[in-house]
Design a protein around this ligand. Structure first.
Ligand code: CMP
Length: 224
């Protein structure tokens, strides 16, 4: 995919005219990040907006005791790092490449001038930030209202809907995250997730096949 094609898939740049997108493309640089590299840490000063060409980025908050809470996992076409540019505060979370990643980087001054010249970028930003707030509200209610079994089920459903592909028979297949990753999304332990996944498999609500988890149609009926 060319840089121009990629920028058009990023929601904040999707409505920009061809000539303007080419001007922004010229300001971006591509950079590769091997798997498990930290792009930046929470509380770092931040002057760059990142767009994902390839790979997945985990956005996470690390506690002093080494525990982590995963806020979200972003993939191709998503952007991150906009908050520090918009509110001039330090990075609100840590960003880590969980697969080998290729990112497009746009520096603060270039982002700000693009923002001033193209009103559609602000409209896109507000739209995406609202969607992220909705999602965060949903996560807060999940954490506060569901028991741990419901939280594991909800995490699987969210991952399936965000990243999965629907198969013809109504099943949804998606990346098999580690049990630790699922646990860190919902504030529980790896052992609990392992136990619950086994239980869901025993009830024929999910299948674990190679690098994928498959949700059966009854799973959505039971937990939606
Ligand atoms: P920034 O604060 O610059 O650095 C961390 C980035 O993670 C932040 O910008 C956002 O791009 C992203 N981020 C933080 N919280 C969330 C969230 N709840 N959902 C999606 N992305 C987030």
């Amino acid at each position: 995919m060319t840089d121009r094609e990629l920028l058009w898939t990023v929601p904040i740049f999707s409505e920009i005219a061809e000539a303007d997108i080419d001007a922004i493309v010229r300001l971006c640089t591509r950079r590769k990040y091997p798997k498990d590299t930290v792009v930046f840490f929470e509380n770092d000063p931040g002057d760059i907006l990142f767009m994902i060409v390839e790979g997945r980025i985990k956005v996470t908050i690390l506690g002093d005791d080494g525990k982590e809470v995963i806020l979200t996992v972003l993939g191709p076409g998503d952007f991150f790092g906009e908050m520090a540019l918009l509110d001039n505060e330090p990075r609100s979370a840590t960003a880590i490449a969980i697969e080998s990643c290729e990112l497009l980087l746009l520096h603060r001054a270039d982002f700000e001038s693009a923002l001033e010249e193209n009103r559609s970028i602000s409209r896109g930003l507000v739209r995406v930030l609202s969607a992220r707030l909705r999602r965060a509200n949903h996560q807060i209610s999940t954490l506060a209202l569901l028991d741990v079994y419901g939280r594991v089920a909800r995490a699987l459903l969210d991952m399936a809907r965000d990243e999965g592909r629907r198969l013809k028979d109504g099943h949804i297949a998606f990346r098999r995250a580690t049990h630790q990753e699922i646990a860190n999304r919902i504030g529980t332990t790896r052992e609990t997730v392992t136990r619950m996944l086994k239980d869901l498999e025993r009830q024929s609500l999910i299948d674990v096949e190679g690098k994928e988890i498959i949700l059966r149609p009854d799973f959505e009926k039971a937990f939606d």
